[in-house]
Ligand binder design. Structure first.
Ligand SMILES: Nc1ncnc2c1ncn2[C@@H]1O[C@H](COP(=O)(O)OP(=O)(O)O)[C@@H](O)[C@H]1O
Ligand SMILES: O=P(O)(O)OC[C@H](O)CO
Length: 497
């Protein structure tokens, strides 16, 4: 084996990153650029797909340069990305017909209400594993076809292609030769049947989505094509696609039933491998595909939290009370009774209230900037407890130690407070780039760099273990306060008709 490195593209909500790994699974170099967030109207969130592609390519070249290697040293590229975000483009020109509609976007809440009113929720839960919500791609596709002039007719004539970000990047990497997605990303569209592993006819009909628009659904670990020669001067196999939360599950070596992790990024997701059978979702958790290899899938149960790191960004960008996310440090022993419910785009798991909005409650004359910063971080820990309690009820599994990763898990206070509120240890690995590592592992398995999961089973190396230090009574009292604050944020915006 002469090719010694694997590159992962990690296209998150806030940045495009490329990470090069060596055969030991260690990070060799990273390239990173922020992605512009576009807010055309309240509740709408878009990205420019061309910016995503050009920045992703730029950071890949940067990572290669920093590693001091040549593109021909790369055995493969694996793609992991923000999930659900929806792009539609012209197959002939490769031009997007509109911006990418981001997972956070709420413009289709009304369309989702009408699906619910038609009694589709039990079918959606049983067959797609999801709850009906604007978060998933299906209603975003319906909106694009209904609102961009001529799009529906062009889609029906087979002139357009739909994809989540993995599909968009693979299309561009292969010079338009591969129009594919993988099982994990497909399972976030609300159009894919996670039991039959095919696009779901009834959902396509309910959302008026023509099949001519859809990518082919493939394994998460498989060569889909090679990079266009114009990009790196050599042809590099594009050999993995995986949703970012699922990528982290794989990168943390959670290969067997019952193994769980929590990723702290823009969003957070607590995900547990449920083996070869999907659990019918309950208590606001969703069932999703964890990974697909050799046409066999493993499932996971997931509690997704829409706004975690994004609330820290809000302190930085909108409130401007910190200059960078790393300044979200805690300098006060408590929040002085302040709770911050960051329901900017409604509440996700376990309550799924699209009409909730953000709230800061418990303010008194003594409340200050430090209390609000602390309350912002604490909100993530409380939301994780919401999900852990739901997961224990649904799957009957106690979280004995939570493996963590993602950009915000470098924050020691956040890790300690999470451990305190859960009453369980929090385990931080040495390589917190689990998302990218998962994509690299999957691409490396497809191209023979690694023989399979067995070889990677010991990939989790502990950096620090945070033990619960708070009195349980105090933790429970604080958590009850959180639950009351959440009630205040609910059912705030008026329902769309
Ligand atoms: N020290 C920190 N404390 C708290 N939050 C942080 C810290 N550093 C980064 N973050 C948050 O982590 C998120 C970035 O994590 P990352 O995993 O790169 O996100 P994504 O993949 O969603 O783009 C941002 O929302 C940022 O605000
Ligand atoms: O951008 P991230 O890494 O927080 O992930 C976003 C999720 O994939 C949305 O489902």
């Amino acid at each position: 084996m002469t090719k010694r490195f694997v590159m992962a593209f990690d296209e998150g909500t806030t940045s495009a990153r490329a990470v090069i790994f060596d055969r030991q699974g260690q990070v060799v170099s990273v390239g990173q650029q922020e992605i512009r967030q576009i807010y055309p109207q309240p509740g709408w969130v878009e990205h420019d797909p061309v910016e995503i592609w050009t920045k992703q390519l730029a950071v890949a070249r940067e990572a290669i340069r920093k590693a001091g290697i040549s593109p021909s040293d790369l055995a493969a590229i694996g793609i992991t990305c923000q999930r659900e975000t929806t792009v539609i483009w012209d197959r002939a020109t490769g031009e997007p017909i509109y911006n990418a509609v981001v997972w956070q976007d709420r413009r289709t809440a009304g369309l989702c209400d009408s699906l619910t009113a038609r009694g589709l929720a039990p079918y959606v839960a049983e067959n797609t594993g999801l709850v009906i919500d604007a978060y998933f791609s299906g209603s975003k596709v319906q909106w694009l076809l209904g609102n961009i002039p001529g799009a529906r007719e062009r889609a029906e004539r087979g002139e357009l292609a739909f994809g989540t970000i993995d599909t968009w990047l693979i299309w561009n990497l292969t010079g338009g030769r591969a129009h594919v997605t993988d099982y994990t990303n497909a399972s976030r569209t609300m159009l894919f049947n996670i039991r039959t592993l095919t696009w779901d006819e009834r959902m396509l009909e309910a959302l008026s989505v023509p099949t001519a628009l859809l990518p082919e659904v493939r394994n998460s670990s498989e060569v889909y094509g090679v990079t266009d020669r114009a990009l790196f001067d050599v042809e590099i196999p594009v050999a993995a696609a995986v949703g970012d939360q699922q990528g982290a599950l794989f990168g943390q070596a959670c290969f067997s039933k019952g193994m769980a992790k929590c990723t702290f990024g823009t969003a957070a997701a607590l995900m547990m491998n449920t083996g070869d059978q999907p659990i019918v979702p309950d208590r606001g958790l969703i069932s999703t595909i964890a990974v697909g290899v050799d046409n066999k899938v493993q499932y996971a149960i997931e509690g997704v939290l829409f706004i975690t790191g994004a609330a820290v960004q809000w302190l930085r960008d909108e409130l401007q009370i910190i200059k960078s996310s790393s300044e979200a440090a805690v300098t006060t022993p408590d929040t002085n009774g302040v709770y911050f419910v960051p329901a900017f785009i409604g509440l996700s798991a376990p309550l799924w209230d699209p009409y909730a909005r953000g709230a800061i409650v418990g303010l008194t004359r003594g409340a200050n900037r430090s209390h609000i910063i602390r309350a912002t971080l604490e909100a993530t820990s409380y939301q994780i407890r919401d999900v852990v309690e739901a997961m224990q009820a649904v799957a009957g599994i106690d979280v004995e130690g939570l493996k963590v990763d993602g950009g915000a898990c470098v924050n020691d206070f956040l890790m300690q407070f999470t451990s305190d509120i859960l009453g369980a240890p929090v385990l931080r690995p040495r390589v917190v780039e689990s998302t990218a590592r998962g994509a690299a592992f999957l691409a490396g398995i497809a191209t023979g760099v690694w023989s399979g999961r067995e070889e990677l089973a010991d990939a989790f190396e502990l950096e620090r273990r945070f033990e619960p230090a708070m009195d349980r009574g105090k933790a429970d009292t604080l958590y009850r306060g959180w639950s009351r604050a959440v009630e205040r944020s609910r059912d705030w915006v008026e329902r769309c008709s």
